[in-house]
Structure formats: structure tokens, C-alpha cells
Write a protein that binds this ligand. Structure first.
Ligand code: ADP
Ligand code: MG
Length: 720
């Protein structure tokens, strides 16, 4: 009987691919077709109503019932015209995906389709199944969803989706969006004040985000034949292929046609949803790819990323493909991240991270640059916590991934600028054909801005006109790291403003005061700046000397969220309460435990029921062979050698699995969640997973290919 592996391979041999055609050659013909855009709102709403909506979006004003009713009615009319019969409040619960509860527009009593303003604004999903970290049991609170007018309503599938936040009746956030909106508001306030030091006309600063999403694509039949991929999203066994990514020939190579058609298909769906996907290319590992939309408002970009992942997943079904968003689906190959390109843009249209020829803007540029470095230095632990997950643990510090040490890369030119400012406040002129950067103090002449120098090993890099947070995991909701980043920036900018004000109150010239505070910051945050190879052991040693935290596992990294200091920061800026932080910490630890628990079970089950039987069968064949050779009086010592090796690995797997399961039983009894998570990390993952894996992977190289039960890496990664 052919095993599952062979059946899957047969299916893949016979796959064909259909060409995908866009609705029109011109993207503008269908872009945002399925979005209730501001333009559509303007066209359908009374002018006063539209003004109210705009104020709600721009200034966070409340929407009154009458306005809500009119918007609801307009949205409903639009949806019905597109054949849509149901609507849902769309939100991002802490489970890590998106959630919906569908309601019909049809009102059976009245016999017509309706959408009331109240239904647009607020809904009660059945929240009992979403994680809440004990909040609900403590407060007996039920949750409700509330419309977020700053993210546009869209149609996805056959449903009208209304972006919402998800909170408990006692006000605790139960989702990712609510804290993000608060952090964005906090950074707006703090950054606006700082910008007004340079330009009185600035009345708002918005955070922007552009996410580069990495992912692996594999055939659905192959995916289904690997229980570990199905259950854990990553392979717990599998020997590296003979040809891995050593040749790096996949990067920027041509995209296989099946994948190309899939990409085209999901990009069309994204464009219809107003997600401005723009670049696509191969990544470093075989079968790994990347998609990056054009950056935009952070709240919308965050929603777009969640929605895009959902779109990618569903469109893949049509192509008999499966998308792996896990941070490390295949050991030994590049993992997947989600580079978060982040910047702050003023209401006057200035990107504060864009060096320019205007002197005033350049002092502002330096101010924001240095404050960002300072914020990362002061809050490295929190930033690390914001990207902590069981999946990302496999990636941080691994092949082609930034280390768990939070450091900032600036490039040599900017480093020189800061060094200069640190030492004497005077800046040197460097001639070259790059862009020139004038700095806003008379004594500071021009320097070259270097935006080509890229260091791929840095977790937090300045890339010309934005910062790129590269340590974010591919499967993560980016709202979490973006909440933390904007929060620590708000805190830092507020501190900066206060210090500068104290100095100017004492009569110091404003520009001089700014330069002096920046100089202090450059000195005190210097340890976090690193320009070298972030993947090297030298850096880990050096970072330790500098006192930078290097927390390698999520179980411990998450502590930073619930420290006294962190709670104070979150509460001070109204982003989250201590209770919410505790609840989230609990959810994340539980999640971490659950993931490792599933992996331990998989290792045990696949090891015992798939790998061992195959290995023992092969042992029997070899023993028959050895016996036969013996009967003929021939040398069978080489067979004995193989048999011994087989036996050693079989023995390892058997004994280790038994011990692992026994120890897991003990760990499960540990009451405290954090202690249990750490035990899962140290006494499960670190102690057993790799040992068992190594024995299994060795067997993969010893057994006859035909009898090996699991799809091999080369089969999953190189089949087209
Ligand atoms: P790379 O792979 O070289 O880092 P990409 O072009 O793949 O670059 O991705 C860059 C991302 O950064 C895109 O999503 C782009 O829209 C975004 N981006 C560009 N400028 C800004 C900015 N000022 N703020 C935020 N994101 C930006
Ligand atoms: Mg990048």
C-alpha cells in the first residue's frame, strides 16, 4: 500500500495551473472596488453628515446617532447594490486571527433590509470563546465590538465587514486594535508638541506603517501529508535538503508559474480591498516569498495586514496551495519575518525621518532620530516582549534573522553625524554625490546622507527615511509591536519636550537647548547602537558587556510587559491598564505553553507511530539480508554497522519520547503559568525536541527512500 507521502507526491505530479486574469489591465479600474471609501461616502451622504464622519476620523470625535443612521443606511444601500446580504463586525481578537459574526440585513418583522446606526456602532459577539486571560471571570464582563470609523468598511467574501475594536463591558481591551489606537493617539500628542518646537503649523502627527510580509508556499496535498505542518505550522522533523539555500539562487529568481498565478490572484483580491500591494519577489529560502504593500496610516495598514493574511490563506485554497505564515516552518532554512517600516508624518506633510535641505527640518530630523534611539535603548525589554512568541523563538538569532538583542543600526554617515554632535556639536562636510543633508544649527554644515548602507542583520535599522523593525514575526499581528513602539516613542518625546522646556524656561536659546539635550541622549543611549554583524557571537558577547538584554525565549521575554515600570508607562499614557497587561501576559504564556504542548505531542506521536515502525521494518529487511549473507558464509559486517546505527537512533527516540512524556506530565502539574511556560521551554523544548529530532533526521538518511513515511524537505520545497 502506498504511504501517505507517495500518495501526496502522485497528486502533485498531476497538478495544473490556470492563468489568472485581472478584471482590467488598469489597476485603477478596480482598486478599492470593495471598499466603502471616503469618496463613496462623500457621494452618498449629505454634506453635513459627511463632515461629521470626517471629523470623527481626523479628530476622533464621537459620531451621533443621526449621523450613524445615515452612514449605516448608505453603507447598506451600497452593499445591497453589490448583492451582499450579510454584515459583520470584523475584529482582531487575541487568538491571532480575525473574527466575524454574520448578521443578515433582512428584518423579518418589517420585511425589508435594514442596517441601523446602532448596529453599525456596536455589537455583541458571543465572546465566550475568545481568550481573555481571566478578565472575564474576574469581572464577569461580556464583550462588545465598537466601530472604528478610521478604518474603512469593506466587502470580503459575501459579507460586509465593519472594522471594530473588541472590549469588555468594564472597558478592558480584548483585542489588538484598541491599544494600538490609544498608542497612536499618545504618539500623536507627544510628537505634535515636539514638532511645534520647529513649526507652529503642525497640529497632528500620524504614524505610518509598511509591512513586508514573508511566507512559504507549499502544495496542499503535501501540507496535508505532514501532521506537524497541519497541527503546528512547522516541521518538527526533516533533514536539510542536499541543496538548501546555499546557492542563494532563489532570491530574486523567477517565480514558478503556479505560485505566480496564485500571487496574481491574491493581489487582485487585495487591490479590490484597497490594500495597495506593490512588490513581490522570491525570498532567500526555496519556496519562500514576500509581499509588501505601499505604506500608509498605521491603523489601516495593520488592518490591511491581518486582512491580507486572511485573503492569502483563502485564495491559496483555489490553487491547491497552502501558505505557511509560521516564523520557522523548516529548520536550517531562512525563517519568515514581517519587517515593519515605520515613520511619523506631520499634518504639514513632513516625514520627520526624512533628511531634507531645509535647516529647520533637519534639526527636527535629528531630534526624532535621536529620540527614537533613546526610546529603544530605554525600553529594549518591552520592545523584545512585543515580538515574543513560540514561533519567533525559533527565528530570532537563527539563519538570516535578527538576534534577540535589540539594537539600532544607522549606517556610517549618520553615525558620523551623531559622533560629531556628541563630541563638539560641530559637523564635518563630506563630499559625495549622495543627497546632502543640512543641519539646522549655523555651525553645522552639510553632510552626506547615506541611505544605501543596509545592514540586514540589525533588528531595528534606519533605512533612509524610516525605521525598519525587522525582528517582528511573520505570523504576528503587527498591532502589538506597533503599540509598543509608538508608546515608548510617546514617552520619550514627552520627556524630551519637558527637558527642553525646562532649559528654555531658564533662558537657554531653543536651538541650543535642543542640541544640548540631543547630545546628552546620544551619550546615554550609545550602547544600543550597533553597526556590525548582528548574527555573530562577537556581538552577543559585546552586547553583554554593554549591558543590553538578550532574552532568547518568549517565556522570559514576556516578563517585560508586567514589570512595575512597564505597567506605569502603559497606564500613564492610557494605552492599557495593569490588569489588561496581566491578562495579556497570561494569554500569551498560555498560548506559548499550548504551542509547545502540541509540538511535544506531535514529536511523540510521529516518532512512535510513523518513524519507529518504518525504521524497524527496515531493520528486519537488513537482518534478513545479514542472515542470508551469513548462510552463504559471506561478510555481513557492513550490514551489522548499519543495524547498529539504526538501533542506536531507534533507542534514542524510544527512550527520549518516554522520558519526555513522563516529564511533561510533571510539568503540567505546575500551577503558576509563567513557571509552567519556562518549564516547557527548558525541560521540553531545549531538553528533548532537538535530541529526538536529530535521531529521526539521522534515520531519514539511513532508511531506504521508498519506506520513509514523511515527506522530505526537498519534496516539500523544490516541487513546482
Ligand atoms: P526592502 O525590502 O528593501 O526593505 P521594500 O520596498 O520591500 O524594501 O519595502 C519597503 C516598505 O517600506 C514598503 O512597504 C514601503 O511602502 C515602506 N515605506 C517606504 N517609506 C515609508 C515610510 N516613510 N514610512 C513607512 N513605511 C515606508
Ligand atoms: Mg525590508
Amino acid at each position: 500500500m502506498p504511504n501517505q507521502r507517495q500518495r501526496a507526491l502522485d497528486i502533485v505530479q498531476n497538478r495544473t495551473t490556470d492563468r489568472v486574469n485581472a478584471p482590467s489591465d488598469k489597476i485603477s479600474d478596480f482598486f478599492a472596488d470593495d471598499v466603502f471609501t471616503m469618496d463613496k461616502m462623500k457621494a452618498t451622504l449629505a454634506p453635513d453628515t459627511f463632515k461629521n464622519v470626517q471629523a470623527a476620523i481626523d479628530k476622533g470625535r464621537k459620531i451621533d446617532v443621526e449621523t450613524a443612521n445615515q452612514i449605516a443606511s448608505a453603507v447598506k444601500t451600497w452593499a445591497l447594490s453589490k448583492g451582499i446580504t450579510h454584515y459583520t463586525h470584523w475584529f482582531q481578537p487575541l487568538t491571532g486571527s480575525t473574527a466575524e459574526k454574520h448578521d443578515s440585513f433582512f428584518d423579518a418583522q418589517k420585511g425589508v433590509e435594514v442596517l441601523k446606526g446602532s448596529a453599525l456602532i456596536q455589537q455583541e459577539p458571543d465572546a465566550s470563546s475568545f481568550p481573555n486571560g481571566g478578565i472575564r471571570s474576574t469581572f464577569e464582563a461580556r464583550g462588545y465590538t465598537a466601530w472604528d470609523p478610521s478604518s474603512p468598511i469593506f466587502i470580503w467574501g459575501r459579507t460586509l465587514c465593519i472594522p471594530t475594536i473588541f472590549v469588555s463591558y468594564t472597558g478592558e481591551a480584548l483585542d489588538y486594535k484598541a491599544p494600538l489606537l490609544k498608542a497612536v493617539e499618545a504618539v500623536d500628542k507627544a510628537a505634535t508638541k515636539v514638532c511645534q518646537l520647529f513649526d507652529r503649523n503642525v497640529n497632528r502627527v500620524s504614524a505610518s506603517l509598511g509591512c513586508e510580509q514573508e511566507y512559504f508556499v507549499i502544495d496542499r496535498a503535501l501540507y496535508n501529508a505532514r501532521p506537524d505542518l497541519v497541527m503546528a505550522g512547522r516541521t518538527v522533523f526533516g533533514h536539510h535538503p542536499a541543496r538548501g539555500q546555499q546557492l542563494d539562487d532563489h532570491y530574486f529568481g523567477s517565480i514558478p508559474s503556479r505560485v505566480y498565478n496564485y500571487m496574481k490572484d491574491f493581489e487582485i483580491e487585495c487591490l479590490k480591498l484597497g490594500i495597495p500591494v506593490s512588490t513581490r519577489h522570491n525570498e532567500v529560502a526555496p519556496s519562500q516569498f514576500e509581499v509588501a504593500p505601499l505604506f500608509g496610516d498605521i491603523n489601516v495598514a495593520t488592518d490591511h495586514n491581518s486582512l491580507m493574511m486572511d485573503v492569502m490563506d483563502r485564495v491559496a485554497e483555489r490553487h491547491s496551495l497552502k501558505i505557511l505564515f509560521h516564523e520557522k516552518p523548516f529548520a536550517g532554512l531562512n525563517g519568515s519575518g514581517k519587517h515593519n517600516n515605520w515613520s511619523l508624518i506631520t499634518s504639514t506633510g513632513v516625514n520627520v525621518f526624512q533628511p531634507s535641505s531645509s535647516a529647520r527640518e533637519n534639526l527636527q530630523f535629528l531630534t526624532f532620530l535621536v529620540n527614537t534611539i533613546k526610546a529603544i535603548h530605554e525600553n529594549a525589554g518591552l520592545l523584545r516582549a512585543s515580538i515574543a512568541s513560540a514561533g519567533n523563538d525559533h527565528r530570532l538569532g537563527a539563519n538570516e534573522a535578527p538576534p534577540a538583542i535589540m539594537s539600532v543600526f544607522l549606517g556610517s554617515e549618520l553615525t558620523a553625524v551623531l559622533d560629531e554632535l556628541e563630541n563638539n556639536g560641530n559637523l564635518k562636510v563630506d563630499k559625495g554625490d549622495n543627497m546632502y543633508m543640512k543641519l539646522g544649527i549655523d555651525k553645522i554644515p552639510e553632510i552626506i546622507l547615506d541611505n544605501t548602507d543596509r545592514n540586514r542583520t540589525s533588528p531595528f535599522a534606519f533605512t533612509g527615511n524610516k525605521f525598519e523593525f525587522r525582528a517582528v514575526g511573520s505570523d504576528q499581528n503587527v498591532a502589538e509591536p506597533m503599540t509598543v513602539l509608538n508608546l515608548i516613542m510617546a514617552k520619550q518625546l514627552r520627556e524630551f519636550y519637558k527637558t527642553v522646556s525646562e532649559r528654555t524656561d531658564k533662558g537657554e536659546d531653543k536651538k541650543i537647548a535642543i542640541a544640548n539635550v540631543l547630545r546628552d541622549y546620544i551619550k546615554s543611549s550609545k550602547a544600543v547602537r550597533f553597526e556590525g554583524d548582528g548574527y555573530s557571537q562577537d556581538w552577543a558577547d559585546e552586547a553583554e558587556k554593554r549591558g543590553l538584554p538578550n532574552v532568547k525565549d518568549a517565556a522570559r521575554a514576556l516578563d517585560a510587559y508586567v514589570s512595575k515600570e512597564s505597567k506605569a508607562t502603559f497606564e500613564e499614557f492610557g494605552v492599557m491598564t495593569a490588569l489588561e497587561l496581566e491578562a495579556r501576559n497570561e494569554i500569551q504564556l498560555e498560548n506559548y505553553i499550548m504551542k509547545l504542548q502540541i509540538e511535544a505531542r506531535l514529536i511523540s506521536e510521529m516518532g512512535m507511530t510513523q518513524v519507529l515502525p518504518a525504521a524497524m521494518q527496515y531493520q528486519n529487511k537488513l537482518m534478513d539480508n545479514a542472515r542470508g549473507l551469513g548462510e552463504f558464509g559471506m561478510d555481513n559486517s557492513h550490514i551489522k554497522t548499519i543495524l547498529e546505527k539504526l538501533n542506536r537512533h531507534i533507542n534514542t527516540i524510544q527512550t527520549q519520547v518516554v522520558e519526555m512524556n513522563k516529564e511533561r506530565g510533571e510539568i503540567n502539574k505546575i500551577e503558576d503559568t509563567r513557571d509552567r511556560a519556562i518549564a516547557y521551554c527548558d525541560r521540553m523544548k531545549t531538553k528533548y525536541f532537538d535530541v529526538i529530532r536529530e535521531a529521526v533526521d539521522k534515520l531519514e538518511l539511513l532508511l531506504n527512500d521508498e519506506d520513509w513515511p514523511l515527506l522530505k524537505y526537498r519534496e516539500m520545497l523544490f516541487l513546482r
